[in-house]
Each structure stands twice: as C-alpha cells, then as structure tokens.
Design a protein. Structure first.
Length: 617
C-alpha cells in the first residue's frame, strides 16, 4: 500500500482543518449528507440515459450509524460510488474552483469557518472531528471496490477492497476529547437526529438511523414494564419546504432553508412563497438577499434558480428562470408539468419554462414595489446592494425594459435631501415644468455645489442627483418618464432659452481656448458663480469621464464655457478685452477652474499654478 501525497492546496486546507479552532464543528455531518445525496442524484441522472438502469427511489437512501466503543461515525449511501481514479481526483485535491478567492480570504483575516462549504471542500470538514477518515466505495458498473484512508496532512492511501454493492461508506474515527471539545457528543442518536433535522431536513432521500424505542414487555401484566429496542427510522421529513403551506412555516423555517441551500452567508432580506395552479402549475420560494454574494460582480458568478420536477432536481442553476435584472435572486422552482425525459437544451427552451419565468419576474417586481411602499428603509437597503443591477438591465436592453423597471429606481433629490422615485419626482413637478432635471457627479456634496444648478434652485425646481457612473447612460436610453424628457443641468440649453451673446469678448476668448470649447457665451443662470462648463450634443461631460477609462477611447464631449453676466468677473473681462496678455491669463484660469469643478483634469497644473501666482503677486 503506497501512501500518496495531497495536492499542495489540499494539504494547506487539511492543516487548517487539523490545527484551527472552529466554533461550528457540527457542520461536518451536513456536508457528508449533502455529498451522499449528490451521489444518489448521479445515479438518477445516469438512469435518464441508461435504458438498463431503472431508478427505484426506494432503493436509494442515506444511513448513519455510530459505535460508542470504537468511537466512530459512519455515513453510508447507495449512490453511484467512486473508482480509484475518482478517489484520487476528488479526495486528493479541492473539488471545485475558487482557490484564489480562498487564499485571498485567508490573507485578510481568519475566516476559515466560513470558507467550509464555500469552495466545495465539504469532505474535508470530516477532519474537524476525526483523526482518521476511511472511505469504502464501489462505483456503479465496476467490479472492484476501493478503500481510501487518511490520518494526517501528509497524505492518504488507496487499496483494493471488498464491497457487495455500489455506493460509499465514510467512517470517521473521532478525535480524542479535550477540555474544550467533547467529541463523544456526536456519539448520541438524539444529537445526530437534531443535526439532521436542523441542516438536512429537506434532503430528498431518506436519511435513516437506528433509533432507541421503548415498548411494554407484557401487555397483560398488572404493573407494566418497559424495554428498549432499536428501529430503523427516517430522520428527515423529505417534504420540501416549498410544498408546505405558508401557514405551516415560520420565518426561521425560511431562513434555515436559505442557509441549508448555501444561498448566502447573510440573512435574506425578504422571500416570496409561490403556489400557482393553472395551465402551468408550479411552486417556488424566491429569496432577495440582504447583501451581494462575494462573487456577484465576477465573471464566475452564474445566475439561476434550482429547478425541480415533482421533487427531483433537474438543474442546479436554471438561468432561463431569471432575467438579468434580477440575477441576484436565489431560490427553487418545482413544477410537475416539466417532463423528465427531455434534454437540458430542450428544457431551456420549453414553453412552460418561459411561462414560469415570466410569472416569476412579475412576482419579484410586485414584491419589490410592495417593499418600496410599505418598508422604505428595507427597500433602500436592497437598492443600495442591487439597484445598479436593475439599472444595467435597462441600459443593456436599450430602454426596452424601462416600463417594467423604471418605478424601482431611486435617485437623490435636491429638495427632499433623500432618495426618491421617478413617480415621486413627477408628482412634485411644477405645473409649467416640462422636463425632469438631473445633475451628475462623484458625490451628493460635489453635485450640490455645481454652478449649473443655481438657476433651477432659485426657481424651486427639483434636481435629481446621479452619483452612479451608469445613471446618466440609463436616463439617456430611457429618454423620458411619463412623456417628461430627462434634461441634464450641464447640458447647453436649447436656442431661445438663453441669450445668445456673440460679441468681440467671447470671440477672443474662444480663439484663446481653441478646440477646447465649441463656444464661449454669456449666462444669467449661474447664481454667484463666475463660470460653468456645459456640454453640447448627446455626449455629456460626465459620460466622457466614464468613457475615458475604456482602452483607446478618444471621444470627447463638445464643451461650452458660460460666463456669468451678473458676476463681477464679467466686467473685469470686458475691461481686459483689449489687453491680449491679461485676457489670455484670465481666460485660461477660468476655463481650468470650470474643468476642476466638473471633475476634469487640467492639462498643465504647473502653468495653472503660476497663473494664480501672477494674480496674487
């Protein structure tokens, strides 16, 4: 028997299991049961393509046993089993991807307890409680059985063994008790029963164990005497939570299911329990998480709901059930109207599936609108986490999704000093107001000081403050809300809305600035600000700032420099219009100051500083 070494990453993980202190060692049983259930699932999937294999559900179960004298716990399944190659591959290295994230998390702080189960390392949780682990297994269709064993972080062994039928038996030899840990606690049938009900109650296969019962020795005796006996009992309910009536369930039941299914380490913000009977019948439980999943913005993240047909898993992540706008939603859908003997590709285009997906989308929108109306604080928390996802969906659909999603948007209000909806803005509009005004910038504080908003604020007109880089792109593709066009305060006003000043002063200033601006003109809407930089055309200054991070992007907004005709600087410029050198100094200073206000870089900071010194000197 040759001892084999773990892959480097697995060895590191094993060391963590052996040497780190965990507050939740009991999860080992949940992980082993889940793996056993997966092994039986594989038998079911095989039966779909193997005509010689009949999947009789009564033949498939998980059995737990323990031996107090030997101090062992055994988890046995009748699943597909493993070959020698499977053992070496699956138990000699981390089963799933995520190694990089694992190392990053580890480097930040000690989050080892949270990592278990997150990267597909469930089997290794055995070493939380065991000093030795043995795996006896035989793969369906193979003649040989194999025994895998490991006692330390240095390696493991695999040798040929004897086993009558396919499946896997995992035996844990418990660690010695310490002052801090009493591992014998797991050698108790009621403790194991409690763990199964807490973590694995919704596993769809029976989880069996011999349980101690009592009965009367002699029914006819005057004084009854009782004796104990053992009976194989199914510990889990096997009735999926989604098939239960809402009246039977408490909040903690929904929350426990959320955690059991590994939907997230947070608590769900809310959930939707659906039971639809009709042309297409289905049941579902949908969860809106409290926070973004750790990989939500990564390329590896996959949306989708678990899809069952009559309690049998068809797909772990059915992408077709969720639109991109609600890719963060977790949950399960079960429909008896879906055929089991069709391929996954056909299933994804199935008419019934499209009907269910449409209903689910409407249910989510309805639930979010209800939350917005009845629990504003909770909705704002949701929007902070997932509002951008909804906006991206509207933008990427070129506005096609706006009618469904626009009433879910929140934007900060210059008047209310808090986030408001477009509907609320619309209701607050003045009678003669024909546009919905917005301003863009890096923060509420920066936007609030923009000179372009002075004129509107003086007329008590509300402005929406947009701080997310995608916000303006979204409003551009939407165009309008209830026939009221969106208008940026930094957009040049239409001809006739502003006095067009074409005089010698502004012509000279335009010549000094050259191609930096398309025009220099006067304004009376800048309050006490001397100048402001506006844009002309469809591309705004804020959009230019966003696009500049794209590779090889040379697109620039057409800029208009407006000078406040009511400010003292205007008279100063008039006095200097025949002084070429002084006018150039002031023009460049004012233009660069306008750029800084807009958050744009200035081409020559040193020259800009020297020009200020000239004025101070």
């Amino acid at each position: 028997m040759v001892k084999r070494k773990y892959k480097a990453e697995s060895k590191r993980l094993m060391e963590l299991m052996v040497n780190s202190i965990y507050t939740n060692k009991e999860i080992f049983l949940r992980e082993l049961i889940s793996n056993a259930s997966d092994a039986i699932d594989k038998m079911y999937y095989k039966s779909l393509s193997d005509e010689n294999l009949v999947f009789n559900k009564d033949d498939y179960y998980i059995e737990i046993s323990f031996d107090k004298e030997e101090r062992t716990i055994t988890v046995r399944d009748t699943g597909i089993g493993m070959s020698e190659e499977d053992l070496d591959e699956n138990l000699g290295t981390i089963a799933k991807s995520g190694t990089l994230e694992f190392k990053n998390e580890l480097a930040k702080e000690d989050k080892t307890a949270e990592i278990i189960g997150q990267f597909g390392v469930g089997f290794y949780s055995s070493f939380l409680v065991a000093k030795k682990v043995s795996v006896l297994t035989k793969k369906y269709g193979d003649d040989k059985a194999w025994l895998w064993e490991s006692e330390d972080v240095e390696g493991y062994s695999i040798e040929e063994a004897e086993k009558d039928s396919h499946g896997t038996e995992i035996t844990l030899y418990l660690k010695d008790n310490t002052e801090d840990d009493n591992f014998d606690d797991f050698l108790n049938e009621y403790r194991i029963e409690s763990l199964v009900k807490n973590y694995s109650n919704y596993i769809r296969y029976p989880i069996k164990m011999l349980m101690t019962k009592t009965k009367v020795k002699d029914e006819e005796a005057e004084t009854p005497e009782y004796e104990e006996y053992k009976e194989l009992e199914t510990l889990n309910s096997m009735i999926p939570i989604w098939k239960k009536n809402k009246s039977e369930l408490k909040d903690e039941d929904y929350i426990n299911f959320y955690h059991d299914q590994h939907y997230g380490f947070d608590n769900p913000l809310t959930w939707i329990h659906i039971n639809v009977e009709g042309a297409v019948s289905y049941r579902a439980i949908l969860y809106i998480p409290e926070a973004q999943p750790f990989d939500f913005r990564s390329k590896s993240y996959k949306k989708g709901l678990q899809l069952y047909s009559n309690g049998v898993l068809i797909m772990d992540k059915c992408e077709k059930l969720l639109p991109d706008s609600f890719s963060f939603v977790k949950g399960v859908v079960d429909s008896e109207d879906l055929s089991l003997n069709i391929s996954r590709e056909i299933l994804q285009e199935d008419r019934q599936l499209r009907v269910i997906a449409k209903n689910i989308e409407n249910k989510i929108i309805s639930e979010l609108k209800k939350m917005l109306k009845n629990d504003r604080e909770k909705y704002e928390k949701f929007y902070e986490s997932f509002g951008q996802t909804i906006k991206i969906a509207v933008y990427e659909s070129y506005g096609m999704e706006k009618d469904k999603l626009q009433d879910l948007f929140l934007f900060y209000s210059s008047k209310e000093k808090k986030p408001i909806t477009l509907e609320e803005y619309f209701k607050n509009m003045k009678e003669d107001q024909d546009k919905i005004y917005y301003a863009t910038g890096s923060s509420i504080e920066v936007i609030d000081k923009l000179p372009q908003g002075s004129g509107l604020k003086s007329k008590d007109i509300e402005i929406l403050y947009l701080t997310d880089p995608i916000d303006e792109f979204v409003l551009k593709v939407m165009g309008s809300y209830k026939e009221k066009e969106f208008s940026s305060i930094s957009q040049e006003l239409e001809s006739g809305k502003e006095e067009e000043t074409k005089d010698e002063l502004f012509e000279k200033m335009k010549t000094i600035l050259g191609d930096e601006v398309v025009e220099v003109k006067a304004s009376e809407n800048l309050g006490d600000n001397p100048v402001a930089l506006l844009s002309r055309g469809d591309l705004s200054i804020e959009m230019e700032k966003v696009l500049q991070y794209q590779e090889n992007n040379q697109i620039k907004a057409q800029k208009v420099l407006e000078v406040n005709k009511n400010h003292s600087i205007y008279k100063k410029l008039e006095d200097l219009k025949d002084n070429e050198e002084e006018l150039k100094l002031y023009t460049n200073l004012l233009y660069n100051q306008a750029r800084l206000i807009e958050g744009l870089p200035i081409e020559d900071p040193v020259e800009y500083t020297k020009n200020i010194w000239k004025l101070i000197d």
